[in-house]
Ligand binder design. Structure first.
Ligand code: PEP
Ligand code: MG
Length: 605
């Protein structure tokens, strides 16, 4: 990734700096930087002179107001999201924050004992927490957890006395920037509140990138030193289609930004004409196009983009909250998607927590290799209380019989059989209670090389495969999908990866089951050609990409891409594959006029 500073600080005023990172979510945004810091909380006791007490009091009161704003924002958001009833937790937080005993306790410490604000909060709130923790009752322990959450928020507010997000919401928009942005942060943003994202770490397949694409917020990741260069309030342009970022842009940059943004909007509008057309190659091969979703509410829109079902609902996003959702809450959320989409198929993946998707109270903290750690199906098989709650919710939600239940991270037959036994056990228990259950298709994700090596056996025991190329590439090439230092080594077109996909397709077709790809390869134009050529039946992607992918599929001949795929399978490395494919197809794709919507083809491998 490169940095260039054009106008040296001869003139007064901000310095224009241009950076290039990974184009992780297409689109254009201009706005002022709102830094997201990883806060470091340490509490020191100070006894202050009289003259500083008013400032400390203000620091505390401001922190309370800021926390009230934050919690209100989260509460409103959770109320507006389908199937989530957790806003009650935030109402409790607001009540605690406004409790006069607590407020007066802290103010008293500052006024009469002359203690600093942070120490006063630490002592007063800490005493409440200790008291609740000592009572042996789940309700009191919950209360202690609420207080701890508030303690952290108040402390963080006092450490970083910068503005809250709502205060900086300017007309030109807000660009959230930080060393690392987490999926849970994006989930707490109100629609329209943030126009762009910039982060120093990560690539295209981190979950924050996937979520940004689904929320349609432009993101450039892997910028390495943006957080150090951009100051709070600096104007910045984000080009999520090419990976370019300009800090303190000049007039020329702003003009170019408006032109490129117009092209982006026009290309998006034009794509809507593709909605009703069939995703069929010129020689008549039909490819099923499905949508990946992260929120139940997204299911309302996917058919507008021309998808004929959902190929992946990442159910772990429902677990990004304080406590795991109950069986009823889960059932309602799943039923909402299944009934909204009926009769189209809906693939719901069971909890794939872990890696970069940390879930409160479920995933382990501080694992040294979290992507290869205690995650996904491993957690579910160890915590069958959580797994069976989810499975029962899924089975009960399937009133229309359109559920495809997808098991993630399968790496062996024993794991698959244990997971299937759990499904069977849950089905029997529910039937014994008198529930009539719809038919369910069970599928395995192919995203671990070990699964590919036994794919013939797996194919005999499931109804479908879905290839998770994000993890399959990561594990095949031993390249961490979130590490910006090795983004160039994350090569979807490496012959080893292509060969794994081909083996999976052949094994599946021998057993007469379909193969989908639900990883991010499905959104890359050149990859789409290769996947179709390798014989993949279904592609599942961010809803927006369905229309551009349809345009690509309608412009090609299956026979031709099949020949190309078989040719590149014999090649030595990803570079040769890319060169061959670009020579043959880059111009055709350029001519389709979708470059700013899908991201520039030249920037990918
Ligand atoms: C994948 O690994 O390709 C996939 C679709 O799952 P996730 O990105 O959630 O790991
Ligand atoms: Mg995966």
């Amino acid at each position: 990734m490169t940095t260039s500073t054009k106008n040296p600080a001869k003139k007064k005023g901000p310095v224009r700096t241009e950076l290039t990172g990974v184009p992780a979510s297409p689109g254009f945004a201009m706005g002022c930087v709102f830094p997201v810091t990883n806060r470091n909380i340490s509490v020191v006791e100070e006894t202050l002179p009289e003259s500083r007490l008013a400032d400390e009091e203000q620091l505390f009161l401001k922190a309370v107001n800021k926390t009230i704003k934050e919690v209100t924002q989260i509460k409103e958001l959770s109320e507006s999201r389908a199937g989530m009833k957790d806003s009650l937790i935030f109402a409790t937080h607001l009540m605690i924050l406004q409790d006069p005993n607590l407020m007066n306790g802290v103010l008293d410490k500052i006024r009469t004992e002359h203690k600093n604000a942070r120490w006063s909060v630490h002592v007063v709130l800490g005493a409440y927490i200790d008291r609740f923790e000592q009572i042996d009752s789940p309700a009191m322990r919950d209360k202690a957890a609420d207080l701890r959450d508030l303690y952290n928020r108040l402390m963080a507010s006092m450490e970083d006395s910068g503005p809250v997000l709502e205060d900086v919401a300017s007309e030109e928009g807000v660009i959230l920037a930080g060393h690392e942005l987490l999926p849970s942060l994006l989930m707490s943003i109100k629609p329209g509140q943030v126009s762009g994202l910039a982060m120093d770490t990560g690539g295209r397949t981190s979950h924050v990138a996937i979520l940004a694409r689904s929320l349609q917020i432009p993101l450039v990741s892997g910028l390495r030193n943006f957080a150090a260069l951009a100051k709070s309030g600096d104007t910045v342009i984000i080009d999520g289609s090419s990976g370019r970022v300009v800090i303190n842009p000049n007039e020329e940059d702003i003009k170019e930004f408006h032109t490129r943004q117009e092209i982006f909007e026009r290309q998006r509008r034009e794509l809507f004409t593709m909605r009703q057309l069939e995703p069929m190659t010129r020689d008549g091969k039909y490819i099923t196009l499905l949508a990946n979703i992260e929120l139940p509410s997204e299911s309302e829109k996917v058919t507008d983009f021309g998808a004929t079902g959902i190929g992946l609902y990442r159910s772990e996003f429902l677990f990004f909250r304080k406590d795991a959702p109950s069986q009823d809450e889960q059932r309602d959320a799943y039923r909402y998607i299944l009934e909204t989409m009926s009769p189209c198929p809906v693939t719901i993946r069971t909890l794939d927590a872990g890696g970069d998707k940390l879930v409160n109270g479920i995933t382990a903290v501080n694992e040294s290799n979290p992507f290869m750690g205690w995650r996904s199906i491993r957690v579910c098989l160890d915590r069958q209380d959580i797994f069976c709650t989810q499975l029962k919710a899924l089975l009960l939600a399937n009133t229309k019989g359109n559920l495809r239940l997808l098991l993630p991270m399968i790496s062996g037959m024993a794991e698959l059989r244990r997971a299937k036994a759990c499904i069977e056990k849950c089905r029997k228990e529910l039937e014994a209670e008198g529930h009539k259950l719809g038919k369910v298709k069970i599928g395995a994700m192919i995203e671990v090389p070990a699964a590919v090596m036994i794919v013939d056996k797996l194919a005999k025991e499931v109804d479908f495969f879905s290839i998770g190329t994000n993890d399959l590439i990561q594990f095949t090439l031993a390249v961490d999908r979130t590490n910006e230092l090795i983004t160039d080594m994350f090569q979807p077109h490496h012959p080893s990866v292509l060969s794994m996909i081909y083996q999976t397709v052949r094994a599946a077709h021998r057993e007469g089951i379909p193969v989908a790809v639900c990883g991010e390869m499905s959104t890359d134009p050149i990859s789409v050609l290769l996947l179709v050529g390798l014989g993949v039946d279904e592609l599942s992607m961010t809803p927006w990409n369905v229309m551009s992918t349809k345009k690509i599929i309608r412009s090609i001949n299956f026979e031709d891409v099949r020949d190309s795929a078989l040719t590149v399978l014999q090649m030595d490395d990803a570079e040769s594959v890319n060169e061959y494919m670009h020579k043959k197809y880059a111009q055709t794709i350029k001519d389709l006029g979708i470059s700013s919507v899908v991201g520039q083809v030249e920037n990918r491998n």
